[in-house]
Design a protein around this ligand. Structure first.
Ligand SMILES: O=c1[nH]c(=O)c2[nH]c(=O)[nH]c2[nH]1
Length: 302
């Protein structure tokens, strides 16, 4: 045969599972998009079409929903760990599992007019922000990368950009007071790799990392988005003993001061045109000193 099989994986992508936990009249909701990819001893199905080693992707889907009932969804990471462990330990030909999860947040809402207690079963989707996690397992070692996308933030001052390289094509004016705005995408890898050591508290770890990203963005007097990025990553690492490295991808959502002089008006940092493209894209990994760089540069597709 003139060809050989290279890297391969298969599974069920984008299983949308919503789990309600009923605590009397107060309900709790977890809303996930779960993608499972399995790999191992799968040469034959590609070479000859023998399905003897193939657990159907339909079964993979069923397992996601069954596990939502059986184990509940304490956190996306914990749920992914249950799934990855199951596929690798229950099927001999499956050697590795990768579970990617997006989590959509809901906040409580409802009609509280007349002083009635807030109903425990009404929710409103919390913006565009999405929590992400990626769980990898090879039967021995775990790799857990948590993160978020779509965390949109803006500072209306405390941002400058000047002193940059100028060549024949440079037209940008130096800015001593500009808007700094971005949609934060961040992924951070945990130290935890072995069942022999205690697992982090995934929910607490996530909340803290998110809060430190926001605090660092708000609190940094910025001379460039690159500098702000490094401060954000550093703050997450400094406050999260369980985190080894973090990779940030920050679009520079440009806001240009509009020239209003044709209309006889001044513009003292009041009216901006928000441009949606093109945008600067600033990306970097921030590592704890001594940690290995293992988060891939490109955000992998679901
Ligand atoms: O914070 C910034 N970093 C850059 O690299 C850059 N380049 C640019 O045109 N504006 C900005 N802003």
């Amino acid at each position: 045969m003139p060809t050989i099989l290279g890297q391969n994986q298969y599974g069920k992508a984008e299983n949308r599972v919503v789990r309600i936990t009923r605590d009397g009249a107060t309900h709790h909701i977890k809303d996930l998009n779960v993608s499972v990819a399995l790999s191992g001893d799968m040469d034959e199905v590609h070479y000859s079409g023998s399905n003897a080693h193939v657990l159907p992707t339909d079964t993979v889907k069923n397992t996601v929903f069954a596990f939502a009932k059986k184990y509940g969804i304490e956190s996306a990471e914990q749920f992914g760990i249950h799934l990855a462990r199951h596929f690798v330990t229950s099927q001999e030909p499956i050697h590795r599992a990768r579970v990617r999860i997006e989590e959509y947040s809901w906040e409580r809402t409802g009609n509280t007019a007349g002083g009635a207690a807030e109903p425990g079963h009404s929710f409103v989707r919390k913006g565009q922000e999405t929590r992400t996690s990626e769980i990898g397992y090879d039967g021995e070692r775990w790799r857990i990368v948590s993160g978020l996308t779509g965390l949109t933030v803006l500072n209306s001052t405390d941002s400058e950009f000047w002193g940059y390289v100028k060549d024949d094509y440079t037209t940008l004016e130096e800015a001593y007071d500009r808007i700094l705005a971005t949609d934060v995408s961040a992924r951070w890898r945990h130290h935890w790799t072995s069942d022999e050591t205690p697992m982090p508290d995934w929910e607490r770890s996530y909340e803290q990392a998110r809060e430190h990203l926001l605090q660092a963005f708000a609190g940094t007097y910025s001379l460039s988005l690159q500098q702000t990025l490094f401060q954000m990553g550093t703050r997450v690492i400094e406050h999260g003993d369980e985190i080894a490295e973090i990779r940030l991808s920050l679009p520079n959502n440009h806001h240009f001061l509009v020239d209003l002089t044709p209309f006889g008006l001044d513009n003292d940092h009041e009216v901006y045109a928000a441009a949606d493209r093109p945008y600067g894209l600033i990306e970097a990994t921030v590592l704890r000193d001594g940690a290995e760089s293992l988060i891939p540069a490109e955000p992998a597709e679901l």
